[in-house]
Write a protein that binds this ligand. Structure first.
Ligand code: GLU
Length: 523
């Protein structure tokens, strides 16, 4: 049976279609495991997840792993590793490669309705006949017109064929409403007779995706805007197979500052989720950042917890404009994170400001400030220990409040608090020891007096404060002039956490040893 083209859609509409379930949404993240977990894919997961969690729905992870030549285990691992780091969960999990039978059944249904045809054109010849006689997208017009009897005869004789969708021509129009991009419409004449099955019987992406979405009763397909143009074909497949298409919501593209689509080849590691993990982003901050790429919450707040994101999420807040990830293109080379033994805790990232979007860094710093000290301390400890320092949890707990306001990335702990971890300070310029409006002689005097005071005073904030202020008075200098040489002596630099708290944590022995070293330098 073959339906006349013009009647195609009308006939379909008069059939009773299987509707997706009413009520709780079922959404899916369907990555093809052909690379690492891209930030755009992570955002797609998260926005689906927010939608499911907001509406009491079901989150499904489906690996679109039918492309055996391009799939890798490393890629599957990278997807799971990235999602695990982000602490994102799902309720059901499927592998498309295990569902081939279901895909073929859907192809058979469509074929039996006359809405697909066998194409016996040898694979290599198909491409050259891409455009048909009337300028329509026919791969091989002769095949579309082949009678069913002739088609059956050639198939029975064992001739290989691909199965192509018979796209309605002449007046046929495919429509759908996208929750983000609105009404979409395309003439059937502008859609090629796309393949459902390859000549080796393997299902093609469009078929497999729709068969799974229908079988898994997906209610909303939320995915990247690059799939918007595929959706016409998907609508055709759903309807041909007797299903009402799900709702579609396409997400704006993530682009680099120059407007090009973010890609690993072009933009390097800034595109990969693990780069953010390794650089010391908090998963909750990174999720927060990703959500804001293309979605504007009604409340206009930017820093939000996971629960706040869930509560605020709606598809209406998704924008159409491309979302720009800001970074300096020139420095988007692989981010080198050397081990501490090579770098002694300095210059771990050549410049996070150049590598990462300023908003991502700002959000991360805000989320860090919002963490309880115990929580932050526990997250910092493995980084410090991993860099080769033997720091005990109790000590880390005391250091953490001193640097919490001073770090944007967790790994910044290695530069912000390095002087707590090392036995020997890295070399510093003795000129740093000279106080403001003072000279080398004043620096030396301060350090010598400090050595005496600090040999006796109790190593607690108030006694340290009182003792050193009194010493400044005796020397006839300002308190700040007293503190600076001491700070540089114990930290190796001027820009450091509050002095008395720092001394308390360092303790008398280390403090006196470092002051003695500074005296040698200044003398
Ligand atoms: N496997 C497809 C991709 O990774 C899925 C697209 C879709 O969500 O339908 O692009």
């Amino acid at each position: 049976m073959q339906l006349p083209d013009a009647a195609f859609l009308t006939d379909l509409m008069s059939e009773s279609l299987n509707s997706p379930p009413q009520g709780k949404p079922r959404v899916r993240f369907a990555p093809s495991p052909t690379g690492f977990l891209h930030v755009g894919s992570a955002r797609t997961f998260i926005l689906n997840w927010l939608y499911a969690r907001r509406n009491g729905g079901t989150m499904i992870l489906r690996l679109d792993d039918t492309d055996v030549e391009r799939n890798t285990d490393a890629s599957v691992n990278s997807i799971f590793e990235g999602l695990k780091w982000l602490g994102l969960s799902w309720d059901e999990e499927y592998k498309q490669s295990e569902r081939g039978e279901l895909h073929r059944q859907m192809a058979e249904t469509i074929f039996q309705k006359g809405l697909a045809y066998r194409d016996f054109t040898p694979a290599h010849a198909g491409d050259s006949e891409r455009s048909g006689a009337q300028g329509t997208w026919l791969f091989n017009p002769g095949m579309r017109e082949l009678s069913r009897a002739e088609s059956d005869r050639r198939a029975a004789a064992g001739e290989p064929f691909a199965l192509r969708f018979r796209v309605p021509r002449e007046g046929g129009v495919v429509r759908f409403t996208d929750a983000v991009y609105g009404e979409q419409m395309k003439a059937g004449a502008d859609i090629e007779d796309f393949a459902l099955l390859r000549s080796d019987g393997m299902p093609m992406y469009h078929l497999a995706s729709c068969a799974d979405d229908a079988d898994l009763r997906i209610s909303h397909i939320i995915r990247g805007q690059d799939h918007l143009s595929n959706t016409y074909k998907h609508v055709l497949i759903f309807e041909a197979a007797g299903f009402t298409p799900p709702q579609f919501a396409h997400l704006p593209l993530l682009v680099a500052p120059d407007g090009t689509k973010l890609s690993k080849r072009r933009h390097g590691p800034v595109v990969s989720v693990t780069t953010y993990r390794d650089a010391g982003f908090l998963p909750e901050a990174f999720i927060n950042f990703l959500c804001l790429l293309g979605w504007s919450p009604k409340n206009d707040r930017e820093q939000m917890s996971r629960q706040e994101l869930i509560d605020a999420f709606s598809l209406e807040g998704i924008n159409r404009a491309n979302a720009v990830v800001n970074f300096k293109e020139a420095t988007s080379q692989p981010v080198v994170i050397p081990t501490l033994s090579e770098e002694k805790g300095r210059n771990l990232l050549s410049s996070p400001e150049d590598t990462f979007d300023p908003k991502a860094l700002w959000l991360n710093a805000e989320h860090i400030r919002g963490l309880a000290i115990e929580d932050l301390s526990q997250r910092l400890l493995p980084i410090v220990q991993g860099a080769g320092f033997n720091v005990l949890p109790e000590r880390m707990l005391r250091i953490t409040p001193l640097i919490r306001e001073r770090i944007k990335l967790l790994r910044d702990v290695l530069t912000a608090a390095d002087f707590f971890f090392v036995d020997q300070l890295p070399p510093y310029d003795p000129a740093e020891l000279i106080p403001q409006k003072g000279d080398a002689a004043m620096a030396l005097k301060v350090l010598q007096r400090a050595k005496e005071v600090l040999a006796n005073v109790e190593f607690k904030h108030d006694p340290l404060d009182q003792g050193l202020r009194a010493a400044a008075q005796e020397l006839g200098i300002k308190a700040g002039q007293m503190f600076q040489p001491i700070r540089v002596a114990v930290c190796g630099r001027k820009n450091a956490p509050p002095l008395f708290e720092t001394l308390e944590v360092l303790g008398r022995e280390t403090t006196l040893a470092r002051i003695e070293q500074a005296i040698q330098k200044a003398g």
